[in-house]
Write a protein that binds this ligand. Structure first.
Ligand code: SF4
Length: 260
């Protein structure tokens, strides 16, 4: 099914962030056509977008110019995240190139830049990431390694194997990389946790993990079933297991939001 695109001009580009270790955020889009069925961002978006998650995306068409102006006027420092309520490399980015424009502006700034994505489209911008490698890190979200399951819960994102390949490619270029293991699905087995830990080990990436958080909209279908399982899961036991497995092979694992 196609995505309805709404084009909009914005007055500001940089927003404040409450995420641990992150001062600022830039979201080039509102909404995300990766359409993950568990996405929490839908709760922070306007109603039309939240209720049609993955099918309506606002393109902030002038965000690169606005960011350039903000950088000239403010020259802020700190960590800036791309992005917090959308994926900066969702399919529309292929032609819109807003994330690329943002990275071009940031190359000359003082921000530490963290990019988080579920798409190997990030490799298109390898030149800019390499140019700003001292200040840039890139994280890939891995929710599951099961390609079939990933296709069901993250329908338009790159399959896990492509994300892992892109992670390796960035690492080869000396870029600092990390894995966001989340939301951890209830029922994940030790074998899969070990596989993710081994990917982290091979790419010298830290793991940030977070549990599956049940939200109001998770009422039916697969997400409803996962939410039901999540309610019955002892997350402290699962978090200990993740820590033990990562520790056993020397991989740094940190609860993404301080605790699980
Ligand atoms: S990629 Fe991220 S922002 Fe996009 S739908 Fe999935 S969880 Fe939400």
């Amino acid at each position: 099914m196609g995505v309805r695109v709404i084009r909009k001009k914005v007055k500001s580009a940089i927003g404040r962030s409450n995420l641990p270790g992150v001062s600022y955020t830039v979201n080039p889009y509102t909404g995300c056509s990766h359409g993950c069925i568990y996405c929490y961002a839908r709760s922070y978006c306007p109603k039309e977008i939240g209720e049609n998650w993955g099918k309506v995306v606002v393109v902030k068409e002038n965000i690169v110019e606005v960011l350039a102006k903000e950088m000239r006027n403010k020259r802020k420092e700190g960590r800036l995240m791309l992005s917090t309520i959308t994926d900066p490399y969702q399919p529309l980015e292929g032609k819109e190139k807003l994330t690329r424009g943002i990275l071009q502006v940031l190359v000359n700034g003082k921000y530490k830049v963290s990019v988080q994505t579920k798409s190997d489209l990030v490799l298109r911008d390898l030149d800019l990431i390499v140019r700003n490698r001292e200040n840039t890190d890139v994280g890939f979200t891995l929710t599951t390694l099961d390609e079939r399951l990933a296709g069901m819960i993250e329908p338009s994102a790159s399959p896990p194997r492509k994300r892992i390949k892109a992670l390796g490619r960035l690492r080869e270029e000396g870029i600092r990389t990390w894995i966001f293991f989340g939301p951890v699905l209830p029922g994940v087995d030790e074998g899969e946790i070990m596989e993710i830990a081994e990917i982290a080990k091979a790419t010298d990436s830290a793991i940030f993990y977070d549990k599956f958080r049940v939200k109001e909209f998770m009422k039916s279908g697969i997400v409803g079933e996962i939410a039901e399982m999540a309610r019955k899961t002892d997350w402290r036991v699962l978090a200990r297991k993740i820590q033990e497995i990562c520790d056993s092979i020397g991989v740094k694992a940190v609860p993404a939001f301080g605790r699980i």
